[in-house]
Design a protein around this ligand. Structure first.
Ligand code: ADP
Ligand code: MG
Length: 379
């Protein structure tokens, strides 16, 4: 179902109540909309600030009926929402992205196969449905074995040197379907977040640079410090991918850079952690863009108005010296170009994303320096 622009004051729906949903609620409120959040966690960051929080599972028929009956347009912040949920809701209301696009993004075998079939550059990989699919020792190793579903932040992944280790990891993953990817000598990781509307218009945010720590995004630098050719190529590939998917919504596309070659790693059918800097450094942020797409508004400008460095704040920042202590917030707030975003999660666990900050400015080097100082002051 598509329709003319949904007027402010309408109720919108969000599947998932994490920080991405919370930023969506804030953006929607800024624009005059109301939001119903579906999330089974009573203390979900988005549920706590939503107009209505349906505290139920993502396949709860009664909750889905309430959403279908009361929400004029629905989106998701969580790629593991069952594709059937999106398909069911789409029968009676506007839903973006589509169940088909989310089904591809939530399954690594489908995802990688889609990239390959669409002519997009991907690293060597093998779908693994059974132990016999694991290749003999040779070119494919060392490799990373990744479960096809429900992996995130490096979870459900094992680095393996040879077939024997791959077999052991496959058994540890309880014979779940997996992909085996050749380990690549990465020079850099970059990403592009874009929004594509129902007419096929695309507004892409700039190509940014990401570094990871223990499989979790640590720092995003906008714009990426690499050649203009690589940056432009990433923009073109992300747009090509969105067109091929006939995608409608906000899409995150992760790339590996190996030498001067760009390879597509994975996609996220929602705003992306590497797009959080857009909250403070772009004319339109990625969550406002999500509201604009599902309500049928024109896309906003994705222009970067400041250089930006985003640093994730994990639960680890509370858990040092063997104790649980609040980070030193007061020091971080002394930096006038630092924007702090905390997600109101109550339990700081190791590796859990609790918040982030973004430092903005005109010169990237001084932005990087401030970000480094601020991060060290938190501990
Ligand atoms: P997710 O983000 O869903 O946990 P990714 O596939 O993006 O899973 O992997 C997480 C990180 O692990 C990547 O950003 C990259 O740093 C590293 N990684 C993943 N696959 C490879 C690979 N084939 N070669 C080298 N590094 C990899
Ligand atoms: Mg990733």
């Amino acid at each position: 179902m598509t329709a003319a622009m949904i007027q402010p004051s309408a109720m919108l729906g969000m599947l998932g109540g994490g920080q991405l949903g919370r930023f969506f609620v804030t953006a929607a409120h800024e624009m005059g909309y109301k939001v119903t959040v579906l999330d089974p966690d009573i203390k979900s960051p988005a549920g706590m600030i939503a107009d209505v929080h349906l505290c139920a599972a993502f396949d709860d028929a009664a909750a889905l009926k309430v959403m279908a009956d009361t929400c004029q347009a629905i989106s998701t912040e969580f790629e593991n929402v069952p594709a059937e949920t999106l398909a069911t809701l789409a029968k009676s209301t506007i839903v973006h992205p589509s169940a088909e696009a989310v089904a591809i993004a939530q399954h690594r075998i489908k995802e990688k196969s889609f990239f390959k079939a669409s002519g997009l550059p991907v690293g060597p990989f093998v779908p693994v449905m059974a132990e016999s699919d694991l290749p003999e020792d040779g070119d494919m190793y060392p490799a990373v074995l990744k479960v096809a579903r429900f992996g995130y932040d490096g979870k459900g992944q094992a680095r393996v040197a040879n077939r024997e280790q791959a077999v052991a990891a496959f058994h540890r993953f309880k014979l779940e379907h997996c992909v085996l990817e050749k380990m690549l000598p990465l020079d850099l990781e970059v990403s592009v977040v874009l929004a594509r509307d129902v007419h096929g218009n695309i507004a892409a945010f700039p190509t940014v640079e990401n570094s990871h720590l223990n499989g979790i995004l640590d720092v995003t630098i906008a714009p990426a410090r690499c050649s203009e050719v690589i940056k432009a190529n990433a923009q073109a590939l992300a747009k090509q991918l969105a067109d091929k998917l006939e995608y409608v919504g906000v899409l995150g596309v992760e790339f590996f850079v190996v030498g001067n070659q760009l390879l597509v790693n994975e996609i996220a059918p929602r705003p992306h952690n590497s797009g959080h800097y857009t909250l403070d450094a772009c004319v339109t942020n990625q969550f406002e863009q999500q509201v604009r797409v599902i309500t049928g508004q024109a896309l906003g400008s994705p222009r970067l108005h400041s250089q930006a460095v985003m640093v994730n704040i994990l639960g680890d920042s509370w858990l040092y010296s063997g104790q649980q202590l609040e980070p030193a917030w007061d020091k971080a707030y002394t930096h006038e170009n630092l924007k702090m975003h905390l997600y109101a999660k109550q339990e700081p666990r190791k590796g859990r994303k609790m918040g982030h900050f973004t430092v903005i400015g005109e010169a990237l080097q001084s932005v990087l320096n401030t970000a480094k100082v601020a991060r060290s002051e938190l501990h």
